[in-house]
Design a protein around this ligand. Sequence first.
Ligand code: SRM
Ligand code: SF4
Length: 568
Amino acid sequence: MAEKGPSKIEEIKLNSQYLRGTIAEELKEDKTHFSEENQQILKFHGIYQQDDRDVRQARKKEGLEPLYQMMIRARIPGGVVTPEAYLVFDGLADQYANGSLRVTTRQTFQLHGVLKGNLKATIRRINEQLITTLGGCGDQVRNILLCPAPVKDAFRAELEEVLRRLVDALSAKTPAYHEIWLDGEKVAGGEPPETGDTVEPLYGKTYLPRKFKTAIAIEGDNCVDVYTNDLGWVAHREGDRLAGFTVLVGGGMGRSAPRPDTYPRLADPIAFVEPDRVVEVAEAIVAIQRDYGDRSDRKQARMKYLIDKRGLDWFKGELESRLGRKLSPPRPLQWGGTDDHLGWNAQGDGRYWLGLFIANGRIRDSESMRLKTALREIVARFRPTIRLTTQQNLLLSDLDPSVRDEVEEILKSHGVPLPGEIPPVVRYSMACVALPTCGLAVAESERAIPGVLAALQKELQELGLAGEPISVRMSGCPNGCSRPYVGDIGFVGRSLGKYDIWLGGDYDGTRLSRLFEELVPLEELADRLRPLLAAFRAERRPGETFGAYCTRVGVEALRQKRDQYAVR
Ligand code: SRM
Ligand code: SF4
């Protein structure tokens, strides 16, 4: 069979002159939206063109075009945001976006609802805070995750230095971003170089075949879900120093329901690497995916498929040949006790951080809870550095112990609960954005999960299991942006109002779930789980979590238990 040629997006990238496209020209046009080609290129700049899906049909009936709007995703390595930058994002949310700020599952902020005419002003203001949106999305290395706990010690300082070096080495270098959004001037670099690629030495003109995700975890605490990344680093500590990293390759969650050749996969350990070798190893791994990743079929283009097609041994051999040396074997990894870093915690320098639960990462004011205002007041008054977590939560760090009561009082007076007041099933939950902004959503997620959690909480209470740390993750389609295939319970949208139930992962993120039931109506999700929770209560081993129980028993047996424990 003849080989398929490169996909259309490869062509768009190639012709874009290092991500320029004709974005600058289209920004000047009096239209509400961008051309298809520029929409693809804009993703590399951290911008998605969307439309408000709540009003799509009604507008169509009235003969109106969709209500076009942009989502902007910043790139915030390790999720660290200065108080000044936080206040800028807070203001931008009101001035140009839909009045809310969204903490994502990858430690950054998204703004939704920005009109085309306000894009430039918004991006400029973000950049003034030394935060870029380049690399927020697109076929390149995305925001690099790091455990956000602001512990002040030598080990963390070393980790943060490694993060900085990785970000420098793996970020796109094109001057197009600066040129389009900041200067307005064409900077040298659009012309094809004579030899090699002097503009994008790592990426070249066509960047990577697909998105590429990287995370740094600390051994013992997998709060970043390191196994779900294309490239993961697990830091090993020796005394108070960083000994090095176990490198993991080939993780990813994304599936496409009609394509059985797409699946979630956990990354495999491949080597142990010393801290001063991290950058060369990272660059070599990214280059392997750049050179061998599938550029004809985007549904097969993630590095996980390359590794499965060619084998881990091939991948390791290729890596060693690029590095010109043998790699040390990976160290055995130990997990247990994943920390969400919420509540009051000592930093080790006399100061404290307060980790706050943010339901689905959405920072906004509602009638019952004025979360956005409360955070703004705390940040303006006490100037904490903000750290975003990969569970869509937020840590207020560098707080003097003397302000503890005042901070709590502000939260209380705005109706914001402290983590201890939140039921575990809510605290450990996540939902992706889905409707009305996500163009790929086939079902609700962020807007639907509160009802599902309330129903589940009721069942758990009745069964005496309300204290169990069960992680529920909901996604509005099989792409799995809330990483539903590694939680205890995953609800994955299949069509409007219907979800697949996945079971068997855990809060440590070290196991994949299995598909338990398909196309369950939203309002029946909690009900369907009730017999399984009853079985868990009756049959669990000491200390066993719900996900571990489901994995031990197996999906087939769980289906039988559904009937066995069905009677209330
Ligand atoms: Fe995601 C696409 C939102 C984390 C897998 N994701 C999208 C888009 C941009 C839809 C689109 O392409 O048009 C969504 C925008 C919705 C909106 O309106 O904001 C979107 N993804 C998100 C966020 C905001 C979910 C959230 O609620 O926090 C997360 C942003 C992370 C960030 O800051 O970069 C987000 N997405 C993830 C994760 C989780 C992770 O990386 O830890 C995954 C699973 C891991 C993985 O990549 O395999 C994920 N998103 C996808 C996929 C499937 C990729 C695949 O390999 O098949 C898509 C679709 C695609 O790329 O074609 C997607
Ligand atoms: Fe959109 Fe699907 Fe991702 Fe949810 S999981 S944000 S519906 S792409």
